[in-house]
Design a protein around this ligand. Sequence first.
Ligand SMILES: NC(=O)C1=CN([C@@H]2O[C@H](COP(=O)(O)OP(=O)(O)OC[C@H]3O[C@@H](n4cnc5c(N)ncnc54)[C@H](OP(=O)(O)O)[C@@H]3O)[C@@H](O)[C@H]2O)C=CC1
Ligand SMILES: O=C1CO[C@H](CO)[C@@H](O)[C@@H]1O
Length: 332
Amino acid sequence: MAQPKRREDDSVRIGVVGTGIMGSNHARVLADLPHVTLVGIADPDNVQAKRITQALGCAAVESLTELLDLGVDAVSIAAPTHLHHQLALEAIDRGVHVLVEKPIASTVGQGREIVQAAERKGVTLMVGHVERFNPAVQSVKDALAGEEILSISITRVGPFPPRMSNVGVVIDLAVHDIDLIRYFTDSDISEVQPLLASARAENEDIALLQFRTKSGVLAQINTNWLTPFKARTVHVATRAKYVQADLITRQVSECFGFQPDGSYSMRHLSVGHAEPLRAELMAFVQAVKGGAGTGVTGDEGVASLEVAIQCLDRDSGAGLRHKVPPKVAAVS
Ligand SMILES: NC(=O)C1=CN([C@@H]2O[C@H](COP(=O)(O)OP(=O)(O)OC[C@H]3O[C@@H](n4cnc5c(N)ncnc54)[C@H](OP(=O)(O)O)[C@@H]3O)[C@@H](O)[C@H]2O)C=CC1
Ligand SMILES: O=C1CO[C@H](CO)[C@@H](O)[C@@H]1O
């Protein structure tokens, strides 16, 4: 068994809440970060928590309350989305800094309550929109500096994650890209035109979303849980360039120098190698220690969730008719 990591004098004591896909990754990265002591992991599934804590050398507990009782400065909440509100409020109430996975909560009202509670208690609140720390996203953002953006098109598709419950593709996946559209344009979204359908899953699993930002940029998101492989691409047209990125392979290129005869030049852009989650958690630790934060704030998390909820509210509902009809029992 690995030895428990000793607390360094200036280290931040952090606990992880939830040891599913994302929580295991938070724990793995935090255990390896300088100036951090991974105190423990809370998950009602104690078998899973113990498996991870034995490898990382920290405590396994069954609830956030027990984790807080161990004495932590901060928690990273990676439990299912519908629990973010209750868990974040409990941690904040105990004066503990919070990184909460995206989306900040299930409803805008809950998200705002988390933001207000953090402000009242004077604790750091960050939302885990990890794509902001994807080096390919950084490269796109750099390429857009000083450009007049005209349109953005983002695709985020893949197979249905069987463990998924309570949320559909808009809240679970499109919220990443709503955040990216707001980030790339430095603008809020003012118009929303959604088309949703629920083909195989209980909640919407196909979403074609169109937006206009306050700054006048047109944007679209194509997301679904029907594609057998994962794809995440970004295309941005500006007055002078066309920037394209594959967020998985981290290849980013730009076309420029458009000529009247249709010819143009193209170049590949340099992209860093940092692990996005490590960069995000380092930013959180830095913010907890009083440094300037570079992560997504609670207000930004709420703003992106608000647009996602508008998409759900404004869809006509007609798409739900695409649902696979229940099998008719054979007549004997
Ligand atoms: N930023 C990103 O790219 C990603 C973000 N996420 C976000 O992370 C969050 C978790 O997703 P994911 O890891 O896929 O989900 P999982 O279902 O894989 O894991 C969630 C874990 O939390 C546990 N849990 C349930 N209730 C509690 C509780 N009260 N306290 C502590 N743990 C609890 C679950 O246990 P049990 O199974 O027993 O219920 C499960 O082990 C979601 O909000 C999701 O949106 C997810 C993937 C990527
Ligand atoms: O990006 C992601 C990968 O897929 C997961 C399941 O749909 C999401 O929760 C997550 O945000």
